[in-house]
Structures are given as C-alpha cells and as structure tokens.
Design a protein around this ligand. Structure first.
Ligand code: NDP
Ligand code: HEM
Length: 496
C-alpha cells in the first residue's frame, strides 16, 4: 500500500472510502451530500462520446514511417526525405458496423494514418481499396444511408444497397472489390492500404506532381470466405483487435512497403484524353503500366496504445491535415472530405480535439484561435491575441506557400454519371481473377442479393453484363443456386 498513490477526488482531496456510500444507518437511505457518489454516477453517464458516423468499429496502434528511398525531387515534405523516421498512429476500421459490430464482416476497411511530422500532422485517411463507391461528395450521405439501418425495420437493407448501386454504376469497381476475396481480410495486417484519392506533391522548385499513395502488406494477403467468417464470428467478435494487439504485444511488428505513383502536373489532361478517365476520379485507379509504383519506404506498427478510448476512440484523422510539400487535388470527393472531417471532430470530440495527446502535433503550435470549451494547453501571449500585432505574436512564413493551382472552367453541376466509363476498370480487375476467385465473387454477390426485388437484381446484372457477359452469367447461376439452397431467404419484404 505504501508505494501506491493516494486515491483522491477529481479536485485532488484524499478520499477515505471508495467502497461504501454515505447512508443513514447501515441500510440507507443515502445522503445528497455524498457528492463523491453523485460524481461517480454522473461521470459514468458521460463516459461515451458519439461514435463515428461511419467507421465506428476500429483497431489501432502506433508505429514508425522510415523513408528508405530518395523521392525529394517530387516533394519538399520533411517526412518524405531520405532516411527520415516519423512517429505515427494507424487506425483501421470497418465502414458500416456500429462500435460493437463483429470484426470479421465483409466490408471495406479504413486505413487511417497520422504522421507526427516536424512540420505538423499529416493525415492520410484512406481505405484498403484504391477506389470508392461514388465520385461526388453530394452522394456520400445517400450512399452511407444504404449501408446503415433501414428506418422502419432497423435492419441492414440489401434492397437499399443494390437499389443504390444499380442506379449508380460508378460503384461497380468498388462493389467488385468488396465482393471479391479482398472484401474480407483475415486481419488488418493482411491487407493493403491506399490513400485512394489523387493528392499532390510539390518540391522546392515549386513544381507540382499528382500522386497516389500505396501501402503494400508484407504479411501477405489473407482472406476469409463468407462461410469461414460465420465460424470466426461465432467464436469471437473481436478477432481484429485480438490479432493486431496480440501481435504487437508479442513483438511481431506488422509492416507495409510504402509506394507512390507520380504524374507530372501537366500530364493529367493528356491522361484523360488518352484513357477517357479523369486522373481525379476516385472510382478509377491509375494503371501501374502507365504510372509504375515508386518505392518510398516502410511503415511498421510497434506499440499498442495504453488507453483505447483516449488514443483510438478520440483520435481524429483529417484529410485536410497536410504539410508543406503535400497538397490536395481537384478530386471532388477529397474536396468534400476536407470540410467533413474537422466538422465531425468538433461535434464528436469537441472544439479543442487537437489538444488531446493523441491528436496533438509533436512540433510547436502557435495560432490565434481563442477560448471555446476546455481550451487546455493553449499557450497565450496576453497582448498578442490578434494579428498583425506589435507584441511578439507568431508570424506567417511565406516560404511554405504552395505553387498556385491552374483552375479554369464553367461553374455548374456537371453531369458525371451518364458520361463516364464505369466498366473498363472493373473489367481489368475481373480479368485478373482466376476461376476460384470468380466463383467466390459470384457466390458472395448472390448471397448479398438474397431477398432483393428482381427488377433491382436485373438492373445490376445489366451492369455486370457490360463488364463481362461471364460476370453476369456467373452471378445469375449463383443466384439460382443460392435460392435453391435457401428457399426462405429469397422472399423479400418491401424495402428490407
Ligand atoms: P496491375 O496488374 O499492374 O496491378 C494489379 C493490382 O491489382 C495490384 O496492385 C494488385 O495488388 C491488385 N490486385 C491483385 N488481385 C486483386 C484482387 N483480387 N482484388 C483487388 N486488387 C487486386 O494492373 P493495373 O494497374 O492495370 O490495374 C488493373 C486492375 O487492378 C485495376 O482496374 C484495379 O481494379 C486493380 N488494382 C489496380 C491498382 C492500381 O493502383 N493500378 C491498385 C489495386 C488494384 P497486390 O500487388 O497487392 O496484389
Ligand atoms: C470516417 C465522411 C469518404 C475513409 C469518416 C467520418 C466522416 C466521414 C464524417 C467520421 C470522422 C470522425 O468522426 O472522426 C466522409 C465523407 C466522404 C468520405 C463526407 C466523401 C465525401 C471517404 C473515402 C475514404 C474514407 C473516400 C477512403 C478513401 C474514412 C476512414 C474513416 C472515415 C478511414 C475513419 C477515420 C478514423 O479511423 O478515425 N468519414 N468520408 N472516407 N472515413 Fe470518410
């Protein structure tokens, strides 16, 4: 006992008992003056913060990015200079499930990285897929509604998902990945990560390059079939947490090789003319044949957080956190996300979420934001509380100004869906699948379509047909087989 710290109230006063409430006689009632009882109950009522509106279930760990190659001709970012090691945090997640969802569910996985660089935090908030379901942030809330619960049944709705996907063929590429083997990795260690969007890099000479970020797993790709996942979830709903946490506790540190694809700024137009794809369309990749992967370094996860809530639940990853040498692109989805994440953080965590230890930059921070709830850690110069001032307040640094973007065009709500090619890239992917992969793809889709009204199924099969007649045919056959094996599963209730 002697070497243990003394228990105190949250105001620091020593506490005589943490076992018995203050009561009138041994059998009660309790007194209102037992403030420590009230404090304890009131505190408990405030233990939960809102879960993330998407990507609520997650697993995370700290690590290091080590740059082993020289990519300095593309970027002046300090964290990307040869030999640099940067402390970082990773959080992996599923998209649709709530905080208590089982880990081994078929879903896209989030792949969020926060690099604590010497010039501020750089967050890369990507997924384990190089593309996404929609190409315009206007459609993101609609898409997410189809992934969450139906308002009346309070169940996930296969009808809503396939209705939306079949009406938004830009989703075909991502849907094909989701329903393929890679849609259900065994653990976060057994999947790749992608920045997915096109970002930009700029160098000391003020030259800009468009860039895609890739993290390739060194653990190898490992996946579960739907049948295996049923068994896994029956035994444990926390397999990702067990494996990531356990592996790091055991000193087995997972690693990823980091690569970039680079496109000189002025080549984007030519790329679009040649391929028909915009370099800024999030439903498309840049073919490796045209833009080969360039090695940057390696990412290693090597330290578990001590407090899941403080360090993973309250972590705030934000695509608008870039550092000098790294910038955005015109990708509409990225532009939408630049607003959405810090807005979510202010609501979910609070105004000063960036002062929390996990989110705090590991470099000096000096700005003129004032006040707000709990502005802890804000260092103030009492006279320099506005800018410009004559009292020694922080001043801007023009040397970190990024080169200007060359944007021109007609303002309007430009039609995208009807004009874009939604089929060539999913076709390239489908062509890569061997017979076994195709068979599992067909069966996964058939299972996911159970109960969906036939007009929606037919509309979706029409899109598969345009990718490859063998794709549509395979799914059609698998649907028939699924219906035969599960006669009760194929009846549909309105919008379930
Ligand atoms: P490449 O053959 O040069 O590259 C194929 C890529 O596909 C590799 O990155 C590989 O990742 C990945 N891949 C392999 N099997 C699967 C799978 N079952 N599910 C998802 N990804 C897989 O071809 P291209 O660059 O010309 O692209 C062809 C298609 O590959 C694209 O249309 C796209 O669907 C897919 N792809 C392309 C990527 C890109 O950035 N170009 C990235 C990821 C997928 P790995 O090396 O880890 O196995
Ligand atoms: C989480 C919005 C597209 C990956 C979130 C959150 C919001 C959001 C509000 C919760 C943030 C929080 O509470 O901390 C959006 C919007 C999008 C979009 C509006 C489109 C316009 C994407 C895309 C990707 C992605 C394209 C991947 C390429 C993630 C990840 C998380 C997340 C990984 C979890 C972050 C974490 O680990 O804390 N998104 N999102 N999102 N999103 Fe998106």
């Amino acid at each position: 006992m002697a070497d243990r710290p003394r228990l105190t109230t949250s105001a620091g006063a020593p506490l005589a008992s943490n076992q018995n409430s203050k009561t009138v006689g041994a059998n009660g009632p309790v007194l209102l003056e037992d403030y420590q009882l009230i404090e304890k109950l009131a505190h408990q009522n405030r233990e939960r913060i809102p879960e993330r509106v998407v990507h609520a279930k997650g697993w995370g760990a700290y690590g290091t990015l080590t740059v082993t190659e020289d990519v300095s001709k593309y970027t002046r970012a300090k964290a990307l200079q040869p030999g640099t090691k940067t402390e970082m945090l990773a959080r992996f997640s599923t998209v649709a499930g709530e905080q208590g969802a089982a880990d081994a569910e078929r879903d896209v996985r989030g792949f969020s990285l926060k690099f604590y660089t010497e010039e501020g935090n750089w967050d890369l908030v990507g997924n384990n897929t190089p593309v996404f379901f929609v190409a315009d942030p206007y459609k993101f809330p609609d898409f997410i509604h189809t992934q969450k619960r139906h308002p009346r049944t309070n169940m996930r709705s296969a009808t809503a998902m396939w209705d939306f996907w079949s009406l938004c063929p830009e989703s075909l590429h991502q849907v094909t990945i989701l329903m393929s083997d890679r849609g259900l990795p065994v653990s976060p260690m057994h999947m790749n990560g992608y920045g997915s969007h096109t970002f930009s890099l700029w160098n000391d000479a003020g030259e800009r390059y468009w860039v895609k970020f890739h993290f390739k797993t060194r653990q190898g790709h490992k996946h579960l079939t739907n049948e295996e996942a049923v068994e896994v979830v029956g035994n444990s709903r926390e397999t990702y947490q067990e494996q990531l946490f356990g592996s790091i506790e055991d000193g087995q540190f997972p690693k990823w090789d980091m690569y970039i694809q680079v496109m000189p700024e002025m080549e984007a137009e030519e790329f679009e003319k040649k391929t028909g794809w915009s370099a800024f369309d999030l439903t498309k990749v840049w073919p490796h044949g045209d833009y080969p992967l360039i090695k940057v370094g390696e990412l290693e996860l090597n330290r578990n957080p001590d407090n899941y809530f403080a360090e993973i639940e309250q972590s705030a990853f934000n695509p608008s956190n870039v550092v000098p040498g790294i910038g955005f692109s015109p990708d509409k989805m990225l532009q939408g996300r630049l607003f959405s994440y810090p807005d979510a953080h202010r609501y979910r965590i609070g105004t000063h979420y960036e002062s929390l230890e996990v989110n705090k930059p590991r470099c000096p921070v000096a700005h003129y934001h004032r006040d707000g709830t709990m502005p802890f850690g804000l260092k103030t110069n009492p006279d320099a509380y506005y800018e410009p001032n004559s009292f020694g307040g922080p001043v801007e640094d023009p040397s970190v100004e990024e080169p200007p973007h060359r944007y021109a065009g007609q303002v309007g709500r430009h039609e995208y869906r009807a004009n874009a090619d939604h089929y060539s890239q999913p076709r390239a992917l489908f062509t890569m699948f061997d017979a076994g992969q195709r068979d599992r793809l067909f069966r996964n889709i058939a299972g996911a379509m159970a109960g969906v009204p036939s007009e929606i199924v037919e509309r979706q099969l029409g899109h598969f047909e345009k990718i490859d007649p063998a794709y549509a045919e395979g799914v059609r056959t698998a649907i028939a087989a699924h219906a035969e094996d599960n006669p009760s599963a194929s009846t549909s209730h309105a919008a379930e």
